[in-house]
Ligand binder design. Structure first.
Ligand SMILES: *Cc1c(COP(=O)(O)O)cnc(C)c1O
Length: 464
């Protein structure tokens, strides 16, 4: 399997190359040169597989010759061995036609673990084989960072530096990052928004000297391997609910567009998907785009679902590339205009094509609290604020007879204040995190300034 950049000016790579590179040198994102496909018989044959085996089966065509099937299967088993539920991502029915798939039973209690636990092992394996080391640099609005740190901590060939917007993550999210005292882990609290942090990371990757010197690599959702590792749970939900012999829909609380892009990729692979509902909080650029082809960035506003406080959804570029008929020059020009003007000019026919599958919904904080209260009253179900956005988006788009699966992206215990406000119930932390509030923290502070951040990364990287 070969991968190409959405902007057409970076070298083609294989899976290992894309895994280690993250962002392409031309600022684009890697996508498969052609999409693999599983026919109905192949999908039916996957019914009943344990989750790690299903994941290895789905990922094999994306990995190609880079890993042998038995190594991939072993890494998948190891990746999901530390999850707190035997089904890995259990599917619960909440109502007629409405399910939740809980993606938060990994070590950091959010869906990022589903991909990151595998990614850390893939990195380790590949680097160990070639005797290389890398510096992983990432930006997080909360959950990516802790998931990446958990996946990379104490690994011999990896240093990891994570930027987060100072004061804009929940205390649980911050502590899950800053209480990891492993020598290869550095946290930097940046005076700025998540988008500022993401821009700093992109700028470091765009500096060829720095990138080479530090052997920079990324594990945020622009890394293709992460998107790929999120595809299997959509297939798992589909198989459980009757696919390929029945269509189903998904509602996905969305920030960087990585999770819902994986749902779209599952449909490219052959899963019969009726609708993909993009759930947004008050930072509703994607909902505005889907409703009226209005992709115009506004200032990021904090909300109860901080992992979705994003205006520039980097993974959207992968969908844009497809909507523009895989025209890399047009994709690059569109992204340049977006960067320069804050408005993305998407041709009307491309937008209309997107709306045949995607639809959007957005929720303010009051409606999010009301949704959490609704599910606690009706089903004694505790939803975190991100999941609640997904549930409301799902309810607004249910078609009788078509299963609608909401992705539950964080455990309620990660956002105790909102859960208490909505339901009067304090969600307990699982035993392995029970002393989180007593553990010592370690982090650096920095202004939103590239030079200062680069100096901190230089100091953190333990190069050979
Ligand atoms: C990261 C995250 C999201 C958004 O996922 P994207 O892939 O960025 O769209 C939603 N909910 C939670 C809890 C998250 O951690």
């Amino acid at each position: 399997m070969r991968y190409i950049s959405t902007r057409g000016q970076a070298p083609e790579r294989d899976f290992t190359g894309v895994l280690l590179a993250g962002l392409a040198e031309d600022g684009g994102l890697y996508v498969p040169a052609s999409w693999p496909h599983f026919g109905p018989d192949a999908l039916r044959a996957m019914r009943g597989l344990p989750y790690p085996d299903l994941a290895a089966t789905i990922l094999q065509p994306f990995v190609g010759d880079c890993l042998s099937p038995d190594v991939l299967l072993r890494l998948c088993h190891e990746a999901y061995s530390g999850f707190g539920h035997p089904a890995i991502c259990p599917l619960l029915q909440l109502d007629h036609d409405l399910w939740v798939q809980e993606l938060f039973h990994g070590p950091t209690l959010a869906f990022k673990d589903m991909a990151m636990q595998l990614l850390g092992r893939l990195f380790d394996h590949v680097l160990g084989q070639s005797g290389q080391r890398v510096t992983i640099v990432g930006a997080t609005s909360g959950d990516t960072g802790s998931a990446a740190i958990e996946a990379c901590r104490d690994r011999a060939n990896i240093d990891i530096v994570i930027l987060h917007p100072r004061g804009r993550t929940s205390e649980v999210q911050r502590r899950q990052m800053t209480t990891v005292l492993s020598p290869n882990v550095t946290n930097i609290a940046v005076d700025g928004s998540f988008d500022d942090c993401q821009d700093l990371v992109k700028a470091m990757f765009a500096d060829p000297t720095f990138r080479t010197e530090m052997r920079l690599s990324a594990v945020n959702s622009i890394n293709w391997a992460r998107v790929a590792a999120q595809i299997p749970y959509y297939i798992a939900a589909g198989l459980a609910l009757g696919a390929p012999d029945r269509e189903l829909s998904f509602a996905v609380p969305t920030g960087n567009f990585g999770n819902v892009l994986a749902a779209w990729a599952a449909s490219k692979l052959g899963l019969p998907v009726a609708r993909l509902v993009v759930g947004a909080n008050r930072n509703d650029i994607l909902a505005r785009f889907l409703a009226a082809n209005d992709m115009s960035a506004r200032p990021v506003e904090p909300s109860l679902s901080p992992s979705m406080d994003i205006q520039v959804s980097s993974n959207f570029e992968r969908l844009l590339f497809e909507l523009l008929g895989r025209d890399a020059a047009a994709t690059a020009a569109t992204m340049t205009t977006f960067r320069a003007t804050g408005t993305m000019p998407v041709p009307d026919d491309a937008w209309r094509q997107a709306t045949t599958l995607f639809t959007g919904a957005s929720l303010d904080d009051a409606a999010t609290i009301a949704e959490m209260r609704h599910w606690h009253t009706r089903a004694l179900y505790l939803a975190d604020p991100h999941t609640a956005v997904g549930l409301a988006a799902a309810r607004a788009n249910i078609r009788p007879g078509t299963p609608m699966v909401t992705m539950a992206t964080a455990a309620p215990a990660k956002f105790p204040d909102a859960v208490i406000e909505a339901t009067g119930t304090r969600p307990p932390l699982p035993p392995r995190l029970a002393d989180l509030y007593e553990r010592p923290e370690r982090m650096l502070h920095a202004p939103n300034e590239l030079g200062e951040i680069q100096a901190l990364v230089r100091a953190a990287a333990r190069r050979n």
